[in-house]
Write a protein that binds this ligand. Sequence first.
Ligand SMILES: Cc1cc2nc3c(=O)[nH]c(=O)nc-3n(C[C@H](O)[C@H](O)[C@H](O)COP(=O)(O)OP(=O)(O)OC[C@H]3O[C@@H](n4cnc5c(N)ncnc54)[C@H](O)[C@@H]3O)c2cc1C
Length: 596
Amino acid sequence: MPGFTSPVRDLTFVANELHKFEDYREALGFEDADPDTIAAIFEEAGRMADEVFHPLNRSGDEEGCKLEDGKVTVPAGFTEAYKAYTESGWSSLAADPEYGGQGMPEMLSKMVGELFSATNHSLAMYPGLSHGAMSSLTVWASEEMKQTYLPKLTTGEWTGTMNLTEGHAGTDLGIIRTKAEPNADGSYAVSGEKIFISAGEHEMSENIIHLVLAKLPDAPPGTKGISLFIVPKFMVNSDGSLGERNSLKCTSIEHKMGIKGSATCVMNYENATGFLCGEPHKGLRAMFTMMNAARLGVAYEGLGAAEIAYQYAVEYAKDRTQGRSLTGTKAPEKPADPIIHHPDVRRMLLTMRSFTEGARALGCWAGMLLDISERHPDEAEKERAEDLLGLLTPVAKAFFTDEGTTHASTAMQVYGGHGYIAEWGVEQLVRDARISQLYEGTNGIQALDLVGRKLALNGGRGLTTFMKEVYKGLKAEEDNDDMKAYVEPMQAALADLQASTEWFMNNAMENADNVGSASVAYCRLFAIVATGYMWVRMVRVAKDALAAGTDEKDFYGSKLIVGKFYMEHYATERTMLRARVEAGCGTMMSMAVDAF
Ligand SMILES: Cc1cc2nc3c(=O)[nH]c(=O)nc-3n(C[C@H](O)[C@H](O)[C@H](O)COP(=O)(O)OP(=O)(O)OC[C@H]3O[C@@H](n4cnc5c(N)ncnc54)[C@H](O)[C@@H]3O)c2cc1C
């Protein structure tokens, strides 16, 4: 299996040099998150990912999870690795100090997530799900509940799950059948079957705190009748010790395409004791808290997949020799040249790299907006960050995970037939990456969230903020001749995004299917613009560093090349995407169902 080295330098670049987290540190109250500490955190996370997570990736895939007598066994080494992860403080990094957390920025927690997902997607999911559960408890649970559950989730001694999906209810959670009947003591009896529950059962932690969506007896129909319940695997006594086992169990685990080390469970609840979290029938709001945090986390899974795929591909392309370079022999001592000298192989490698570096910058921006939206003392700054984050969350989830799968496959193409053979590890990347496009809301649903909900929110305030931010950023550079190759393609892409937005304004009311027909293309166009804007800013930082005589000429110099490649390859998708938006729903909806 090829090696992996966490991209620590690039993480530090985007957090410290591009987005200058330092400028926000004081206002956000993150006294400890200075640039050196941020760099050290990336360094340490990289070590954990490279030395603990990566070596278990292949064996975890081969071994998978097993269910016997209701007990789920995870692959060998996972429990120890999880323990090392929690003991090193990764589960508590951004958690609230009031409940035992380290109180570091969410941005950092999300960014190191790239490294853990890249090196072992399955293993990273166990703490990932806990994180989603913790976000929801933090916002919606009572103080007593927080005191009961958050400290142990923070240390990782307990893990958390999200129980939304049922056999007949995936995207449409309004039709769930799981019920919650009030008990005399104020708790609830939760009954129903949930499917596809990640980390639903395992023995890596002492207890599992299930967050379950269910309906109360007087629930109104649809999504307005969903409530959220805390249903622990083991009841928690008033002194915090573990009590009897709750009446819930894992009845089977799924046999699936990838992430085989992650237990995907069918969970059966039979009058299990649950506790209402938040208000009755307001579970949808709580669910969105869980989902928004989780969606950004899933976006990072896509980025991680693309990063490891890129590294595997580069290693192979430098080593594999086939044919001679079109412009003359490059390795005369060998019978053929390394394939990295062939332009088509370079096209593949640079497509991957222009995505990963651009996405890393965009993801960092989203992570920082999350912190600003939660902690900035200035309400206007907070609101602005919330607006931008609302747009960028579905965009990043869809774009990063689409490209994660695409580039796992691009790496396979670089390997030729060898990529299809298990021993190289690339086919596992393809299988593992694919799920991220499906869960936490399919990518089609992300696009609908963007177009159907987020664009019009608060009279389009968020969209206006985004457009202005990009417009001003590009305008500031437009008179610099040496930036034209970056700025002009992005100004054209921004104009296409503007025109596509106007198309929705003119056509959505006339026929609602126009929204659904054009949303995926629009979401990608949005991502291309947002990522391209990151590239323009990165190139500026790189040029300034080079002009100042940096020692890292290769690092900054390659930003100029990779950024230009982005403009030539990704940014040029703009015309195609706009044409797809403007095609509307006419043709696709004109075909009769029976004709399919
Ligand atoms: C490995 C794995 C792990 C998972 N982990 C969890 C977990 O931990 N907790 C949990 O609760 N769930 C989990 N899920 C479930 C996952 O979130 C759902 O599979 C996902 O939300 C999609 O639901 P569905 O599979 O029922 O597809 P469906 O909702 O049936 O969708 C099928 C297709 O129709 C499209 N579609 C549906 N409705 C619309 C619409 N209104 N407009 C346009 N298109 C639409 C979808 O985009 C999709 O392409 C997991 C799933 C898997 C496979």
